[in-house]
Design a protein around this ligand. Structure first.
Ligand SMILES: [Zn+2]
Length: 286
């Protein structure tokens, strides 16, 4: 997830300076054929632009997120009570669509448009997963993640059809229910009661062939934001699980990657699952 901070400090919504307690997230689509987030940033960052203000735009060309308000700032995105509770995020739209009337459009290059919409959808899933963690929100709880159009049906937003009009018009097969589930999945890690139990043990798919045993022993995770344990010795290897600071692990040896980093081969139990994998020695202390 790449986020560029581009706060709309000149927009009257920003200068109004009101804060909210974040209770939910609202997904929007800009409703015009403009894929570039920076174009919106430029137009909206004016003291004369008082029509709207949102927390972020997702660029349709590269999926980069432009954060345009502090997350707990009161935005002007929902045209109703949702402004008092929800963060508003706009996905930019392909240039090859042309609006004919209301939310109806034609498209001159469907495959290009679909690729762009997929890009913004996936970036939105990542961003919403991050925000749900940040604000302790359950993505599947009623009314937490809503689209602008769902907000209208709930009486907390103005009468818009976004973003489902775009997904439906292009035949993407996306729904808000599917989006919420994708956000939940992207949050990962939590083995909540409703889900199937995880495997009882997970082993590295790429164990290094020979270990130097000298670093064997018991270690504790020192990284504040947790330690990624991987299927192999290297930062490009797939992440198996992220374990919190203070977790005790047993080390059986180490392997030095091509970049010279020492990767400890560790075993530990986390949330009733036994894992064997690799982690950088930088974040482990004996
Ligand atoms: Zn909207």
């Amino acid at each position: 997830m790449k986020v560029i901070e581009s706060i709309l400090t000149k927009n009257p919504c920003y200068t109004a300076g009101r804060k909210i307690t974040v209770k939910g997230l609202m997904l929007h689509s800009v409703g015009c054929p403009q894929p570039s987030a920076s174009v919106f940033v430029k137009i909206w960052n004016k003291s004369s632009y008082n029509a709207a203000c949102v927390h972020a735009f997702i660029d349709a060309n590269d999926g980069v997120i432009y954060q345009t308000l502090p997350w707990n700032h009161r935005g002007w995105h929902g045209g109703g009570d949702s402004n008092n509770t929800h963060i508003g995020v706009e996905m930019c739209e392909p240039a090859c669509i042309k609006y004919t009337s209301g939310a109806k459009f034609t498209c001159s290059d469907t495959s290009k448009a679909k690729a762009m919409v997929k890009r913004t959808y996936e970036a939105a899933v990542e961003l919403f997963a991050y925000l749900c963690k940040e604000y302790n929100l359950d993505p599947l709880a009623d009314g937490v993640i809503v689209s602008h159009s769902e907000g209208h049906k709930r009486g907390i937003a103005s009468g818009h059809a976004d973003p489902e009009h775009l997904w439906n018009g292009l035949g993407m097969g996306y729904t808000m229910d599917g989006f919420r589930k994708a956000v939940k999945a992207a949050m990962g890690g939590d083995s909540s009661k409703n889900e199937t139990a995880p495997a009882k043990s997970v082993k590295a798919t790429d164990p290094a062939k020979s270990f130097l045993k000298s670093l064997a022993g018991t270690y504790k995770v020192t990284a504040n934001s947790g330690l990624n344990v991987r299927h192999g010795a290297g930062i490009t290897k797939k992440i198996m699980v992220c374990i919190p600071k203070g977790t005790a692990v047993k080390c059986y040896g180490y392997y030095t990657s091509v970049l010279g980093t020492k990767w400890l081969y560790i075993q530990f139990t986390y949330k009733n699952v036994t894992y064997s994998g690799f982690a950088s020695s930088k974040y482990l202390q004996k």
